[in-house]
Structure formats: structure tokens, C-alpha cells
Design a protein around this ligand. Structure first.
Ligand SMILES: [Zn+2]
Length: 177
């Protein structure tokens, strides 16, 4: 397996480990579970001491819950698992750059490291639209790096949206009953 060179929060080149790739692959599989039930495919997994303590996929529509992003589901599961609302020393892997809500939750949970796949150019709150984790008003610092398996993560999302557009087009063309 070849390591991928990316840039970290300081703009330095860093190399993701084989473990990082393994966990992100798993996050992609979780995202696919969301896709299977018609949700935008985003997956997240939280790892502490080389063990999964929480996982989730995006499911706000099916669970009627605006906060049911992959990261939040994974954080809730992890905190319940370790019986602590603080997930000290944990890494979260998520296929898409987190939104403002999820970045806030990662700070509250004291997540040590965030690794994300592709960027969310419209509303990403880490590097794209805002850079919340670079602010110094938080009392906890989350190390972050993005771009791990970015192509795969991006493909999964664009395939989903392309399929949804095609579905809507077919619905429009369908003869009235
Ligand atoms: Zn979110």
C-alpha cells in the first residue's frame, strides 16, 4: 500500500499511515450504508488505542433529526462506549469535511485528531468556507488533516448526486397515471 502525501493544518507535507487508510476505507463503507437508505453518503469512525469506539453514517432524513450527521452519531456512540463525554486521545475519520455543528461537537468531545477525505466547498468549516479549528477562542485544539482518499470520497458523493438527478429526471418524464 502506498502512502499518500498531503498537507496538514500548518501547510506542511504529511504522510498518512496505512492505519489511516484502513479507517478511512471503513468510513467509506459506513457512508455507503447511508446511501443505501437514500441519505447523502457520509461516514465517520472514531478510533481510540487502535480500536473503534464509535461509528456512524449520515441519517438526518430517515431519523427525522437535523443533528444526525455521521460525526454526531459516531460521537454519541463513542461517548456511551467509553462512558465519558470526553474522548481524549481519539481520532475521528470522516469522508467529508465537517460542518460548523460537527466541528463544534468535535471540540466539545476533546477529539485529538480529525482526518477527513474530501472537502465540502459549499459549507465546510475546517478549510473551505471557514477555518473554525484555527481559531484560538476554543479551549481545545484538534489537529486536522484532509485529503485522505479524497478521490474515492468525492466519487461516492458525486455518484450519489448524479443518480439522484437522474431519478428526478425520470420521475418528470414518467407518464401521468
Ligand atoms: Zn456536520
Amino acid at each position: 500500500m502506498s502512502n499518500t502525501e498531503q498537507q496538514n493544518s500548518a501547510g506542511e507535507d504529511i504522510i498518512f499511515s496505512a492505519e489511516d487508510t484502513l479507517w478511512m476505507t471503513y468510513a467509506l463503507q459506513l457512508a455507503a450504508k447511508g446511501e443505501a437508505i437514500g441519505e447523502v453518503p457520509v461516514g465517520a469512525v472514531i478510533v481510540q488505542d487502535d480500536k473503534i469506539i464509535g461509528e456512524g453514517f449520515n441519517q438526518p432524513i430517515s431519523s427525522h433529526d437535523p443533528t444526525a450527521h455521521a460525526e454526531i452519531i459516531a460521537l454519541r456512540q463513542a461517548a456511551a462506549q467509553v462512558k465519558n463525554y470526553r474522548l481524549v486521545g481519539s481520532t475521528i475519520y470522516v469522508t467529508l469535511e465537517p460542518c460548523t455543528m460537527c466541528v463544534g461537537a468535535l471540540v466539545h468531545a476533546r477529539i485529538a485528531r480529525l482526518v477527513f477525505g474530501t472537502t465540502e466547498t459549499k459549507a465546510g468549516a475546517v478549510v473551505s468556507k471557514s477555518q473554525l479549528l484555527d481559531n484560538d477562542y476554543f479551549n481545545h485544539r484538534v489537529d486536522y488533516s484532509g485529503g485522505l482518499m479524497a478521490q474515492q470520497c468525492q466519487h461516492q458523493l458525486s455518484n450519489f448526486f448524479a443518480m439522484r438527478r437522474e431519478q428526478k429526471r425520470k420521475e418528470k418524464l414518467a407518464p401521468l397515471k
